[in-house]
Ligand binder design. Structure first.
Ligand SMILES: Nc1ncnc2c1ncn2[C@@H]1O[C@H](COP(=O)(O)OP(=O)(O)OP(=O)(O)O)[C@@H](O)[C@H]1O
Ligand SMILES: [Mg+2]
Length: 563
């Protein structure tokens, strides 16, 4: 039976008002408001700790209160005590040596630790702090309290923390829950580095006021909220092993961007983003005979563009045709020559019979010009153009705020060309007055080829000025080191998401992004949807999670009655 303290005086002052009406003290625990409490004190700590070592206790899965007492110790007092302790340890070691006994490794460790600390204190790099840690578990029943206590004991022993239950002094535990408790009886001295690891605020938090949720912080469980448009450049890169959850995260970001009314365009080589139709996306099923066709004509160069733009569009057309037919270099030379005549010299009426007034070039004009240069090459170009037109007939449709270009039905060669053409289409139709998100899934399609990577690099530079955010998703960090241009893209993306990595790429990721060992371990063992988010200089462990509604939508399940 415990001691029962009750208050029936009625509330006369503030203390009375906050004082519980009933506390029962037992030898090893106490009960307050029908809740049970049991306190433990830490009597020994691991010899060395590193940031994050205290994390398991901060994440204890049951109700627990950690009370930390801290009191700085004057340096003079510390130096005196340390000197005495050092002399005592050195004396013992010498005496042991003189009598031929083995040196106690504990003594040697104590000497090393003391010397290291004395030096730190003398240099002003650290100071010692009296620290006492009390852990109080609570539960609504005694058996639950016992369970929590056992869990705490086994967790603490795993962390090399020696803890003891406060027997016959439950009131000490009770008082330590309150900030009024004075100096505890046996505090331990810690240097500032070790002491700092006890505090959860040491965990990195990433919360931009106007941002959107990227997931939860793997260490502190708080939300990770990022506004990519407030960064020096809004572009991002996602690199992870197959199946790690890249596309899932991209779909979540797209949905959450749409909640904020941000226009989104997606280049989808695998046909995975079709599910977004349920969220209002217009899906272009390129290559599907019953589909909507292709949103623009890649062979056209408009005459109202300024000279610099005309030159860029000409470059694009050459790259596009190279992707459609990479096997005949002569054809590319002929196309370059033909374009030069058409665009630079603006053609000659005798050669071009049916020039549209607003076009410098289209497929008929180009074929006619190449025919003039070389008939065989002209015929080859004609057949290429026909093949393209068959697979991707041009359809004019008004631009929408949310579009998915599904090119999964095309052959690999056609897909590569369509990928490039869609990139160009997005660049030409972008609304420069509004923020926009453009997702390039399987971005290796552009990164692995030197010339198209250069094209992407220039898009990166231009898009930043328009407030358009490009999100490149790929499996291999090596895609960003294959060319200088791809590397420029990597360096100009302040937002980098790394999910689980292929063991072989991990070394390169570590080197390129200067990760530390803890981060490497995280990327090696991460579960699906877990990883590291790098925003500028901040590195945050991220866990990507969807709401049940979002998860259903992404999985393509029916959404009725699920909101
Ligand atoms: N955070 C998550 N929560 C729940 N399910 C997830 C999560 N991340 C991924 N998944 C599921 O795991 C599977 C693989 O994910 P996803 O397609 O995003 O991988 P990926 O990294 O894009 O792979 P690949 O490189 O092959 O395209 C999908 O079925 C997806 O729904
Ligand atoms: Mg994917």
């Amino acid at each position: 039976m415990g001691l029962k303290i009750t208050s029936d005086r009625g509330a006369r002052d503030v203390l009375d008002a906050i004082m519980p009406s009933d506390i029962q003290l037992y030898p090893g625990e106490w009960q307050m408001h029908s809740q049970w409490y049991r306190s433990f004190v830490v009597i020994a700590y691991p010899r060395e700790v590193k940031p994050g070592w205290f994390e398991p206790l901060l994440r204890f899965p049951r109700p627990i209160t950690l009370s930390v007492y801290s009191g700085p110790i004057p340096n003079d007092a510390v130096m005196g005590t340390m000197q005495r302790s050092l002399l005592w340890h050195l004396g013992t070691i010498e005496a042991n040596q003189a009598s031929g006994r083995l040196i106690d490794p504990l003594q040697r460790t104590a000497v090393e630790d003391t010397e290291r600390m004395r030096e730190g204190i003398a240099r002003g790099e650290t100071r010692l702090i009296d620290t006492a840690l009390t852990l109080t578990v609570s539960a609504s029943t005694k058996p639950e309290l016992d369970e929590s206590s056992n869990l705490l004991l086994s967790l603490a022993s795993g962390m090399l923390l020696v803890i003891r239950r406060l027997y016959f002094q439950p009131e000490v535990g009770l008082k330590r829950l309150l900030p009024v408790f004075g100096e505890p009886a046996h505090p331990r001295e810690m240097d500032t580095g070790a002491w700092a690891t006890l505090f959860p605020y040491a965990a990195q938090e990433l919360i931009h006021p106007e941002g959107q949720v990227f997931g939860t912080n793997g260490a502190s469980h708080s939300l990770v909220i990022v506004d990519r448009y407030t960064l020096p450049s809004p572009h991002s890169i996602t690199v992870a092993w197959s199946g790690a959850g890249k596309s899932f995260q991209a779909k979540l970001e797209i949905l959450r961007s749409r909640y904020r009314g941000i226009p989104v365009k997606v280049l989808d080589p695998e046909g995975e983003y079709r599910v977004l139709e349920a969220a209002g996306a217009k899906v272009w099923a390129v290559g599907d005979p019953s589909g909507a066709g292709f949103p623009w004509d890649p062979f056209a160069i408009e005459s109202d563009a300024n000279p610099e733009e005309v030159e860029r569009q000409t470059d694009f057309l050459v790259q596009f045709i190279r992707r459609l037919d990479p096997e005949v270099p002569d054809l590319i030379h002929a196309v370059e020559q033909a374009l030069w005549r058409l665009v630079k010299l603006r053609g000659t009426p005798s050669l071009i019979f049916h020039r549209e007034p607003n076009r410098l070039c289209d497929d008929t004009m180009l074929i006619a010009m190449v025919n003039r240069i070389n008939k065989t090459l002209g015929e080859r170009l004609e057949s290429i153009v026909q093949r393209w037109r068959l697979m991707a007939p041009q359809t004019t449709a008004p631009g929408q705020d949310f579009e998915v270009y599904d090119i999964s039905r095309l052959t690999q060669r056609m897909k590569a060309a369509a990928y490039l053409a869609l990139t160009e289409h997005i660049a030409r139709t972008v609304d420069r007055a509004r923020r926009q998100l453009v997702v390039f899934d399987e971005a290796w399609q552009l990164l692995t080829d030197e010339t198209t990577a250069r094209y992407l690099e220039s898009l990166f530079r231009r898009a930043r000025k328009w407030g358009t955010a490009l999100s490149l998703i790929t499996q291999d960090i090596g895609d960003f080191t294959r060319s200088r241009s791809a590397e420029v893209c990597l360096r100009n993306a302040p937002l980098i998401l790394l999910l689980r990595q292929h063991p072989e790429s991990l070394e390169e990721v570590t080197r390129l992004l200067r990760l530390h060992q803890g981060e490497v371990d995280l990327l090696m063992t991460a579960q699906r949807g877990e990883g590291l988010l790098i925003v500028g200089d901040d590195h945050v462990p991220l866990r990507v999670g969807a709401s049940p509604y979002e998860a259903k939508l992404i999985a393509g399940q029916p959404l009725q009655n699920s909101v």
